[in-house]
Design a binder for this molecule. Structure first.
Ligand code: SF4
Ligand code: FES
Length: 260
């Protein structure tokens, strides 16, 4: 039989970006160990709705760990206590009866709060717009062996491509740096022949956009890698720096595009 638990939640409530926010205490009762963290919040919200109170706003979409929409800080840890897991895949069996959980949104100047636990991650979209694309014609898949890619490169490109853009790396970093996210996106395409035409521009423009969005600089704390639900390695940040240096060496006077 499923174990159930009663929890005390302290949830960040904030009506809008400019409104004052505060932690509000709620009780989550008879929570099944099989529920995901988001399902537990759904149950709390149903109780709030019954009482005519505003539900807690939180982001979610796929609920299977692939879209990057969900994410909150639980007791100071982005995505909670289970490594390599988004909160939609975090099950309540990771907690025990009587636990008190403080639930907060991602905290970063570049991710302003929209409401409660929902933040604006548009800065990530603008970094992608600055260079996270290729100019090759899309269409039907080419014959698999017509474009050979070394096994090591394809594996590393795949590893980088698993970044889901959730923003936990920024939330965990003491500098609120977006280096891990940007590095994953730059590396993914830099490792593949399809990414070659824009390779130098991509590195320059995505890093410039990251700086323009007021993310902090990476000082190698490694907190990003520790909370990343996809296990993206900070080794990709070194690759991003190499890509940038090489791009600057090939066109040192090229002024990067910055969009705001
Ligand atoms: S690097 Fe990891 S933590 Fe950062 S956005 Fe990508 S998946 Fe999320
Ligand atoms: S809701 Fe899509 S990753 Fe969690």
């Amino acid at each position: 039989m499923a174990r159930t638990m009663n929890l005390v939640l302290h949830v960040w409530r904030q009506k809008s970006r400019g409104a004052p926010g505060k932690l509000v205490r709620y009780e989550a009762k008879h929570v099944s160990e099989h529920m995901s963290f988001l399902e537990m919040l759904d149950v709390v919200n149903e109780e709030l709705a019954k009482k005519g109170e505003d539900p807690i706003a939180f982001d979610h979409d796929c609920r299977e760990g692939i879209c990057g929409a969900c994410g909150v800080v639980i007791n100071g840890v982005a995505h909670g206590p289970l490594r390599g897991t988004t909160i939609c895949q975090l099950h309540m069996r990771s907690f025990k009866d009587g636990d008190e959980l403080t639930i907060e949104p991602w905290r970063a100047g570049a991710f302003p709060i929209i409401r409660d636990l929902v933040v604006d991650r548009g800065a990530f979209d603008r970094i992608i717009q600055a260079g996270g694309y290729i100019s090759l014609r899309t269409g039907s898949a080419p014959e698999a062996n017509s474009l050979p890619v070394a096994k090591g490169d394809s594996d590393a490109a795949f590893d980088a491509a698993t970044c889901i853009g959730c923003g936990a790396c920024v939330a965990a970093c003491p500098n609120a740096s977006a280096a891990l996210f940007t590095a994953a996106k730059i590396s993914h395409l830099a490792l593949l022949p399809q990414g070659e035409p824009e390779r130098a521009d991509r590195a320059r423009n995505m890093v410039a956009q990251m700086d323009a969005e007021n993310f902090g600089h990476c000082t190698s704390h490694g907190e990003c890698e520790a909370v990343c639900p996809k296990g993206i390695s900070i080794g990709f940040i070194a690759k991003m720096n190499r890509e940038l240096l090489s791009a600057m060496a090939t066109a040192p006077n090229d002024v990067p595009r910055r969009k705001k």
